[in-house]
Design a protein around this ligand. Structure first.
Ligand SMILES: [Zn+2]
Length: 281
């Protein structure tokens, strides 16, 4: 079933949908609106609610939920890892930056990291590597470059072949531009389904989430507070999410990255790449 056909069916379900007993339509919308806008873009809260509460069976094997190959053949690997953080016995953290490379943004981040002699891990969009890949040509050997899909879809809604295509195209352009295939993958929005886990396994990618983040949008009014926010969120083994592309409010973290690193260093934290932090190589 194509995506558009599936969307049509979902919308027709929504029209027939009634809120649960004891909950009016406004409460449903209020509760789920933020999640729907943040995770799924234009899909309405009602659609999300209807899909989540549908009693229709999910598609066997070929849909987004199954981690079994559509042709039911065995996976080519026996296992695949998902990481949120590293070991907690060392006072070390890994800074990660998603969605780049992007002119203006990525060079600022690289400059600050270089001044502090700190490595980081960048999860790259394939489309941006194709356009702006030269921004990371000097990163190899210092920083780690991971796969963040080709154009940032919600993988939890894509089938295996669509997920595999997103990962393969991105790993291929990273290998072409930087000479090495990535070993790490971060799913956009932290959204995963069976199909995306299987695709990551088949592409020999370790799936990397995060355990702390630079919550840029929270500190637009008082941007300097992001320093203390990251400091209190960071623990031994933390994988810290940041961004080097996107909406202007994300510049809060880049404007204060120098102070964030200085503060964490003063607290005794060392900085490593995700692979080093987690002992992957
Ligand atoms: Zn992203």
């Amino acid at each position: 079933m194509g995506k558009h056909r599936a969307a049509q069916i979902e919308i027709s379900r929504v029209r027939a949908y009634d809120p649960p007993v004891g909950m009016n339509r406004r409460e449903v919308l209020t509760g789920l609106g933020a999640a729907a806008v943040g995770g799924l873009g234009i899909i309405s809260a009602e659609t999300v609610y209807a899909a989540a509460h549908s009693t229709d069976p999910l598609q066997f094997y070929g849909g987004f939920a199954s981690a079994i190959r559509p042709d039911r053949s065995p996976p080519s690997v026996p296992r695949s890892a998902v990481l949120w953080s590293g070991p907690t016995d060392k006072r070390a953290v890994a800074l990660t930056f998603d969605d780049g490379p992007m002119p203006d943004w990525t060079p600022r981040v690289l400059g600050i990291l270089a001044r502090h002699d700190v490595p980081a891990t960048f999860f790259l969009k394939g489309l941006n590597v194709q356009r702006y890949g030269a921004l990371h040509l000097d990163s190899a050997g210092t920083h780690e470059l991971g796969n963040h899909t080709w154009d940032h879809p919600d993988l939890a809604r894509l089938d295996y072949h669509e997920c595999a295509d997103q990962l393969e195209r991105t790993s291929a352009v990273i290998a072409q531009v930087y000479g090495t295939r990535p070993t790490l993958f971060r799913p956009p929005y932290g959204h995963l389904a069976g199909s995306s886990l299987l695709a990551a396994a088949e592409h020999r990618l370790t799936t990397v989430l995060w355990s702390a983040q630079m919550t840029e949008s929270v500190f637009e009014a008082e941007p300097a507070r992001i320093v203390e926010s990251v400091r209190s969120a960071a623990h031994p083994g933390s994988i810290i999410l940041g961004h080097d592309a996107g909406a202007d409010n994300r510049l809060v973290s880049i404007d204060h990255l120098d102070a964030i690193i200085s503060r964490l260093k003063a607290d005794g934290f060392a900085f490593t790449t995700v692979s080093q932090l987690c002992g992957l190589r």
